[in-house]
Design a protein around this ligand. Structure first.
Ligand SMILES: [Zn+2]
Length: 225
C-alpha cells in the first residue's frame, strides 16, 4: 500500500487561518511545527481544543511522547512507537495520545495524569464515541480528546475466544491488539482532522466497514502475516 504524501503543513496552517478569519477557530498556541486551536464548530458547550503537528516532524521520539500506557501494563513503549513509524504519517497530525488501558474504568487514571486541569471538566462530559464491540469495547475513539484508546483486558478476552487453529494464542493476541490500534488510529485520522484532503482520503474510507478492512490490511502489510 502506498500512502499519499505527508500533508503540507504550510497549507494546513493557511486552512486554519481561514477558519480563524471566519470565527470558527481560535489559535491558542503556535510554533514552527505545531498549532493548537479551539474549534467552535464542534457540538457541546465547550469548544474542542486540539493540536495540529507537522507530519514531517513526527518521528519515533514524538510518537513515544504521544503514547500513554497504563502503569499496570507491561508492554514496551519502544515496540509500539517503532511499529507506528510504519504508518501513514498523516495518521498522527491531530493525535493527542494513543492510550492503552486495561479497562474503561482506567480512563480515569489517564485523565488524572495527562489531561491539563483546565480541560478536565469539559472532556469528562464527552464519552468515547466509537467502539468495535459495543458490549465489551476493545477500542474506542475519544473524538473530543483526539485519543485512540485500546482496552487490553478485553482484547485478551476477544483474542482467546477467536483463536484460530493455525494461529496460536500469542499470535491471536498480537493480531487483535494491533488491528485494534490501527482501527482506532484510522478513525482518528478520518474523523478528527477537518483539513484532511478529500482527494487523498475520500469520505467513504471513514465508514466502519472501510476502517475495519483497513486495519486488517495494515496488519498484513506491516507484520506480513
Ligand atoms: Zn470502528
Amino acid at each position: 500500500m502506498k500512502y499519499p504524501h505527508a500533508m503540507n503543513f504550510q497549507a494546513l496552517k493557511r486552512g486554519i487561518y481561514e477558519e480563524v478569519q471566519k470565527g470558527n477557530m481560535e489559535i491558542v498556541h503556535a510554533d514552527a511545527d505545531s498549532i493548537t486551536v479551539l474549534d467552535f464548530t464542534k457540538s457541546g458547550d465547550d469548544p474542542k481544543e486540539f493540536t495540529f503537528t507537522n507530519p514531517k516532524t513526527i518521528d519515533v521520539r514524538w510518537l513515544r511522547r504521544h503514547i500513554w500506557i497504563h502503569p499496570s501494563i507491561s508492554i514496551l513503549l519502544d515496540d509500539i512507537a517503532s511499529t507506528l513509524m510504519e504508518m501513514d504519517p498523516n495518521t498522527f497530525i491531530t493525535m493527542r495520545h494513543l492510550v492503552i488501558l486495561p479497562r474503561l474504568e482506567n480512563l480515569q487514571d489517564y485523565i488524572q495524569n495527562m489531561i491539563p486541569t483546565k480541560q478536565v471538566s469539559s472532556l469528562l462530559n464527552t464519552a468515547p464515541l466509537k467502539c468495535r464491540n459495543k458490549n465489551q469495547p476493545i477500542g474506542q475513539l475519544w473524538n473530543h480528546a483526539n485519543c485512540a484508546i485500546v482496552y487490553l483486558d478485553n482484547v485478551k478476552k476477544v483474542a482467546a475466544e477467536t483463536v484460530h487453529e493455525n494461529l496460536g494464542a500469542w499470535k491471536s493476541f498480537h493480531m487483535c491488539t494491533w488491528e485494534t490500534i490501527f482501527h482506532e488510529l484510522r478513525h482518528l485520522m478520518m474523523d478528527c482532522n477537518p483539513f484532511l484532503p478529500e482527494q487523498d482520503y475520500p469520505v467513504h474510507l471513514a465508514s466502519e466497514e472501510a476502517v475495519e478492512a483497513f486495519c486488517e490490511e495494515e496488519y498484513e502489510r506491516i507484520f506480513g502475516y
